[in-house]
Design a protein around this ligand. Structure first.
Ligand code: LMR
Length: 394
């Protein structure tokens, strides 16, 4: 029967991982998949994660199932981290999921269950897997303008105009911070304007927040999510712990559904449990337990925050270094946007041909749309990248 299957397109981001591995050049630079690397090229286990794992190993005396929506302590800790006290805890239904991708998938499924013909407004561009999952679920998507190819910032007038086309029963998918793949983000005033449009249109926001702590800091990065959640009757939030806790392979995420009233809250919580059961039953627990162990303990939390801040400042330093190097080599300010962008990624804004030339001639691997993983750089590879960018005539 399986001869009826069709070849599926390779994921553009993950395909690069293999290409990079197969490249024998020792000067190659991997700016593909969104993974943080330290100055030595390693993706370390964070100190607090190691310590939490040790505590869990010592204390854990059973591996029996948790609940269908995971360990409540994880949900409580993450709701606190993401939403602070923006909304009452009693209005937030939450379910642990396998990674942030799992949360995104369950959120789309919940939308589809509630309203099969809902349109999902997506930024152009967005994380390719948003589009892939929506297509797989046969859901309607409507792109809204986001990236300005000229300024490499946000085309905010275009974005707002397009979002005004949404209506009640539609969903607007937003990146809470550190927009993936562009690195271009809204400022606080612009977020307020988006909130106004959400209120006027009645569209439901869905926020994907996968890089909290990688942009301007843990609270600053969650500020827009918190304000949105406090300003509209209901919203969905898909949070990932992969990057900010560095626990990529543990698959740790949380889907939150903020409700307008207790009846809706009960329905949401039950729906999240049902959806988990249909797709994988119980969510993975190890990563979730690491996160709650860290967030519940002042010492571990402090150490985690300090290390995350080192990572964030390191990325900012690399951004400054790259923008400075490119300014020196090009004699122009046209790469200044690299220091303005925030998060793991920046879209260079060049053609797929130039991206290919960077790969073939210089062994520099970035996604075809010219998304670079800034966290894949180090102080030694920045000058190599800058020289290559100028060499291929970007
Ligand atoms: C990325 O965008 O590179 C990350 O979110 C990893 C992934 O799963 O694509």
């Amino acid at each position: 029967m399986f001869e009826t299957l069709k070849e599926q397109p390779a994921d553009k981001i993950l395909a690069l991982v293999q290409m990079y591995r197969d490249d024998p050049r020792d000067t190659k630079v991997d700016l593909g998949v969104g993974v943080y690397k330290d100055a030595t090229g390693l993706t370390p286990v964070m100190r607090a994660v190691k310590a939490a794992e040790q505590r869990i190993w010592e204390a854990q005396d059973t591996k029996v199932y948790t609940g269908l929506t995971g360990d409540p302590a994880f949900a409580d800790a993450m709701v606190g981290l993401v939403l602070g006290d923006a909304v009452s805890r009693g209005t937030v239904a939450a379910a642990a999921t396998p990674g942030g991708t799992g949360a995104v998938r369950q959120a789309f499924e919940m939308i589809k269950m509630a309203k099969p013909d809902a349109r999902v407004f997506v930024s152009d561009p967005t994380w390719p897997n948003h589009l892939s999952i929506l297509k797989y679920l046969e859901m309607d998507m409507v792109p809204y303008r986001y990236f300005d190819d000229e300024t490499r910032g946000v085309d905010f007038d275009g974005m707002l105009a397009d979002l005004k086309g949404a209506q009640a029963g539609d969903v607007v998918l937003l990146h809470g911070c550190c927009h993936n793949p562009t690195g271009a983000n809204l400022n606080a005033t612009q977020w307020d304007a988006v909130i106004e449009v959400l209120q006027e249109t009645g569209a439901t926001p869905m926020i994907d927040i996968a890089y909290q702590g990688f942009g301007d800091g843990l609270d600053a990065d969650a500020a827009a999510t918190r304000k949105i959640a406090a300003s509209v009757p209901e919203c969905l939030i898909a949070a990932s712990c992969s990057k900010n806790f560095g626990i990529y392979r543990e698959r740790t995420g949380l889907l939150m559904a903020v409700a307008a009233d207790p009846a809706a809250h009960k329905l949401n919580q039950g729906t999240l449990a049902y959806l988990n059961r249909q797709n994988f039953s119980f969510p993975p627990d190890h990563g979730a337990r690491i996160v709650s162990t860290i967030l519940e303990d002042d010492t571990l939390r402090g150490d985690w925050m300090a290390e995350l801040e080192e990572v964030r400042l390191g990325m900012l330093g690399l951004r400054e270094q790259l923008a400075g190097e490119l300014q020196r080599l090009s004699g122009s300010d046209r790469f200044g946007f690299l220091a303005e962008h925030r998060g793991m990624f920046s879209r260079l804004g060049t053609t797929p041909q130039k991206v290919e030339e960077l790969r073939e001639k210089h062994g520099i691997y970035m996604v075809g749309d010219s998304r670079m993983n800034i966290a894949g750089l180090n102080t030694q590879s920045v000058p190599i990248l800058a020289a290559a960018i100028i060499d291929v005539g970007i």
